[in-house]
Design a protein around this ligand. Structure first.
Ligand code: CDP
Length: 202
């Protein structure tokens, strides 16, 4: 059985948490595509050339703890502007989406570019302030020394770069269901996503 769920949305909207819960609920495999861009960004910060870094990516690169930092997030959104980097990462994502047993992929362009024929497309969003609050809590829980203002500025700068780039900009697919999590608990957001998928999957 093939079944693809595409979950897109701006920085720190809760896509990762929702995707993991959806994958667990339906028994699907999950790919956080942001990690691909973060892994390339981390290699560029270490001195690599973006396209070479993207072409040389191996699965172990995605489990580096360091990928969650704000510095790597910024580097990721800068390499994500490059069309050749995006092309280099496309086949891996599309192969993952087609795996037997179902797959959920979260990112920015899954419903628009990577999996335009996905069975379900969700666009998860929230106000920038709510997203920054959640990311601030996540980063400080990990021991990162940062401020709410810094996190908000990071989220807004990445959103602006992701929305305005020429290749695969952050955009809701026309047939995506919108989930605004600004006033939802994580359990409510997960329940909304599961209900939407269940209504299609039957
Ligand atoms: O977790 P968060 O929403 O903060 O970011 P992420 O999903 O890990 O993505 C990091 C960066 O990678 C984003 O700001 C985008 O620039 C880029 N990205 C992308 O361009 N396309 C994707 N499918 C996923 C991430």
């Amino acid at each position: 059985m093939r079944f693809t769920v595409a979950i897109d949305g701006p920085a720190a909207a809760g896509k990762g948490t929702i995707s993991k819960a959806v994958a667990r609920h339906f028994g699907f495999a999950h790919l956080d595509t942001g990690l691909l861009y973060r892994a390339v960004g981390a290699k560029v910060l270490a001195g690599a050339e973006p396209l070479s870094a993207a072409l040389a990516l191996v699965p172990e690169d995605l489990s580096d703890e360091n990928l969650r930092t704000a510095a790597v997030a910024q580097a990721a959104s800068k390499v994500a502007v490059l069309a050749d980097v995006r092309t280099a990462l496309t086949a891996f994502q599309q192969d993952f989406a087609r795996r037997a047993g179902g797959a959920v992929l979260d990112g920015r362009d899954i419903g628009t570019v990577i999996c335009p024929d996905a069975d379900v497309k969700l666009f998860v969003t929230a106000s920038a302030a709510r997203r920054a609050e959640r990311r601030y809590a996540e980063l400080t829980a990990r021991g990162d020394q940062t401020s709410f203002e810094t996190v908000l500025a990071d989220v807004e700068a990445r959103d602006e770069r992701d929305r305005s780039r020429a290749t695969a900009p952050l955009l809701a697919a026309e047939d995506a269901a919108l989930i605004d999590t600004s006033d939802m608990s994580i359990d409510e957001a997960v329940a909304a996503a599961i209900a939407k998928i269940a209504s299609v999957k039957s």
